[in-house]
Design a protein around this ligand. Structure first.
Ligand code: FAD
Length: 562
């Protein structure tokens, strides 16, 4: 084993906080799990992705090329938003190519026992003033409406109370005192005055930064400045340590927030990202303070953000080609050549387009494009992507509950290396609980690039049953009756789920350069924002679609109904 990096004060406190950094009790406690719970890997065709990486697919004859004005590569949220912008501008001669069997990317859904559940993204915070495109979409979809100058959201799409709770296992867990649930994600029971003082100091500091610097969601609407660059230059852990933040509860909560939004902990993400998480939205409020605001409202659906992506994909008809793997993009003077592997027909295709919107992660774009733009070649080696595991647990009956507040939409287990679970039936208005699906999230980015790479290797190498057992072991302290209620577990593993905002990335000049057209190529993916959330992907896709429409002479503002 090589030398270990020095452990900062912040990191030391976090380690002491109870294993939030470690991958945890790998398979520990599994003797209590049922020997065989059915299920398996779902959601991604690994063979297709590997075929692209290995470059072993046949190529189509150039003479058979078909034409379209615009090719959109990737039908995640950004690609679907680009298609919507083109249609609004009256441009219909486009084609969307998507590797998987369904559109949506990280915002796709799954179905178990007739119940829909997310395979990835599961909520959208209410858009703030800078997320204009998202707000417009929500109005168009009937999620929001204007009343007397105010935006009103449809109740059924707002997360119903209770929104979140956390299970704190007792220190000497035994059958008589196993631990209990608490409201919110940062319970203060048993906290000393030192904890509260640090929470208040952090809240004040976030407020000061929020007023002094430009934090925005989406971040492309921020005015970049020396102050933001200084935050971006260091890890969040280093920034916290330098300011004397060493309270275990605060650090564990901040680490949880980073893993939840960025897929990696505060040792790997930048201080810009750590502060942006709060400052671009609702700020940070110390629980228990008089001015503490209730948890911010979010929009959610049983199938998560697939509710949105499925509506974005409606009406695309045969302009959306799924199971279509882009294998090469070759820009030329007058057109761009695209080589596509049609996985359904098991044959290669060739297309020519005047403009191309590249909506795949940038590390994939760098592999696809012949002679990639200099900015892409420059930034690609610096990008880090967090691996994630998402497990959907189908229950044939509701779980018994530990003491404390009742089941919430978001249920977190303190000290767990994972992120807890959301309940797909939480939004149902049924009078008594019944069968449901719990979606368990596990971000595996860790605290360093080495840890991230090791966890990805483990995610991809370990058999499904090993991860099933690890997920069960994670949940058993809070839900010992889980094995008796469990019908099936379907798991989705993402080797490269989301970009990690590592130090320097948000202010990276090459990354910023990709925000403007590179010849006939327009890049649109959450990666460009150094952070993957719906608002970033959707805004990038919309702006790229509008830019293409302008280039082609369409009217990006015509708002033709689609
Ligand atoms: C587990 C998980 C949970 C998340 N939870 C939330 C959440 O609750 N709220 C939130 O706002 N965000 C969440 N996110 C972030 C989410 O990534 C973004 O919200 C958004 O969906 C990203 O969209 P995108 O279009 O930028 O990228 P992607 O979703 O990565 O879309 C890229 C698309 O390109 C396709 N593609 C790749 N290679 C090729 C190829 N060679 N040819 C053709 N197609 C290709 C992919 O299949 C994919 O469909 C979550 C992400 C993950 C992984």
């Amino acid at each position: 084993m090589g030398p270990r990096p020095p452990v900062s004060g912040a990191r030391r406190a976090l380690l002491a906080a109870g294993g939030a950094l470690a991958v945890g009790p790998w398979l520990a406690g599994c003797e209590r799990a049922p020997a065989e719970v059915a299920g398996g890997w779902v959601g991604a065709d690994a063979a297709r992705g590997h075929a692209l990486r290995d470059g072993r697919l046949p190529r189509a004859d150039a003479s058979s090329a078909r034409r379209c004005s615009v090719a959109i590569v990737g039908a995640g949220v950004a690609g679907l938003a680009a298609a919507r912008a083109l249609r609004h501008a009256g441009i219909d001669d486009f084609r969307v190519f998507e590797l998987e069997d369904a559109a949506g990317g990280n915002a796709r859904a799954h179905t178990m026992g007739g119940m829909r559940c997310p395979l990835g993204a599961h909520y959208l915070p209410l858009p703030g003033p800078e997320a204009r495109e998202v707000a417009e979409l929500l109005h168009e979809l009937g999620v929001a409406r204007s009343e007397a100058g105010r935006t009103v959201y449809e109740e059924r799409h707002l997360c119903h109370a209770p929104q979140e709770r956390v299970f704190v296992p007792s220190v000497q867990a035994d059958a008589t005192a196993p631990g209990r649930w608490h409201e919110g994600l940062l319970p203060l029971e048993g906290a000393g005055t030192g904890t509260l003082a640090q929470l208040r100091r952090f809240a004040a500091e976030v407020g000061t930064l929020q007023r002094a610097l430009s934090f925005a969601m989406p971040t492309l609407r921020s005015r970049w400045s020396a102050g933001l660059a200084a935050l971006d230059a260091q890890t969040f852990a280093a920034w916290l340590s330098a300011r004397g933040y060493d309270d275990a509860r605060l650090l564990a909560y901040l680490d949880y927030s980073c893993r939840d939004d960025y897929g990696a902990g505060l040792g790997l993400v930048s201080a810009w990202a750590g502060i942006h998480y709060f400052a671009s939205r609702h700020g940070f409020h110390a629980p228990g303070d008089d001015d503490a605001e209730p948890a911010d409202a979010v929009l959610t659906w049983p199938e998560g953000n697939a509710w949105l992506s499925e509506r974005l994909a409606r009406g695309l008809d045969d302009r959306l080609q799924t199971a279509a793997l882009l294998t090469r993009i070759t820009p030329a003077r007058h057109e761009v050549a695209l080589e596509v592997w049609n996985a359904r027909a098991a044959r290669p295709e060739r297309w020519q387009a005047r403009q191309v919107v590249v909506c795949v992660p940038l590390f994939i774009a760098a592999r696809l494009i012949d002679a990639p733009p200099a900015a892409l070649a420059d930034v690609a080696p610096r990008l880090a992507y967090a691996p994630w595991l998402v497990s959907n647990l189908q229950l044939h009956a509701p779980l018994l509950d530990r003491p404390g507040p009742p089941p919430a939409w978001d249920n977190v287990i303190a000290g767990s290396p994972a992120l807890g679970y959301v309940d797909a039936m939480h939004q149902s208005l049924r009078p008594v609980p019944g069968p449901t699906v719990l979606t368990h999230y596990w971000a595996l980015g860790g605290q360093s690039r080495a840890e991230l790479n090791a966890q990805r290797a483990r995610l991809l190498a370990a058999p499904w049953a090993a991860w099933r057992d690890a997920v069960l072991a994670d949940l058993l302290p809070a839900h010992p009756d889980l094995p008796q209620r469990l019908a099936r577990i379907d798991s989705m593993r993402y080797g490269h789920a989301m970009i990690v905002p590592t130090p320097g990335l948000r202010g990276d000049a090459a990354l910023a350069a990709l925000g403007t057209a590179q010849g006939r190529l327009h890049f649109a993916h959450a990666d460009l924002s150094a952070g993957s959330v719906f608002e970033e992907a959707y805004t990038r896709g919309t702006l790229a679609g509008q830019a293409v429409a302008q280039t082609l002479g369409g009217d990006p503002t015509s708002r033709r109904s689609t």
